[in-house]
Design a protein around this ligand. Structure first.
Ligand code: FEO
Length: 147
């Protein structure tokens, strides 16, 4: 059961970034499925770990793409990425170390964590690319998260 459905409304306009966002959707859906179907702490910790790892690589990659494009709000975007990364890193640490119990609120948090960032922050880069289409350079895709 998917908690997140990808649609064109989430497209930023850079294919590499959009593909990476789709992978983040997949990971959050996998987290939700594992939580609903297994309740197994090791399985859930593993998918959370994959999400933290992939999010870190996506944020770094997206920043490199923005830098290459000459995006003027890169510094502000990096600060938002740092804050977002801290949130899921700490969530993972709390889950693994402190026997944090999973609640439905955590699944909703992850859903909003990603969707709100795309719609509020990554969309600003989409607007920039619309005004400066020549700035949209092809980028090598990231390898998907390890299974
Ligand atoms: Fe796609 Fe700014 O993260």
């Amino acid at each position: 059961m998917a908690i997140l459905s990808w649609s064109e409304q989430y497209l930023v306009g850079n294919k590499t970034i959009d593909d990476e966002h789709k992978e983040l959707f997949n990971l959050i859906n996998q987290f939700h499925t594992d939580w609903v179907e297994t309740q197994d702490r090791q399985v859930i910790a593993r998918v959370l770990n994959r999400l933290v790892d992939y999010a870190e690589r996506h944020f770094q990659h997206e920043e490199a793409i923005m830098a290459e494009a000459g995006y003027p709000m890169l510094t502000e975007h990096q600060k938002v990425h740092e804050m977002l990364f801290d949130k899921i890193f700490n969530l993972h640490q709390d889950y693994v170390r402190n026997d944090l119990r999973l609640e439905i609120g955590m699944v909703k948090f992850l859903k909003n964590w990603l969707v709100d960032h795309i719609l509020e922050n990554d969309y600003l880069f989409r607007d920039f690319l619309k005004k400066h289409p020549a700035a949209d350079k092809p980028a090598e895709p990231l390898a998907n998260a390890e299974p």
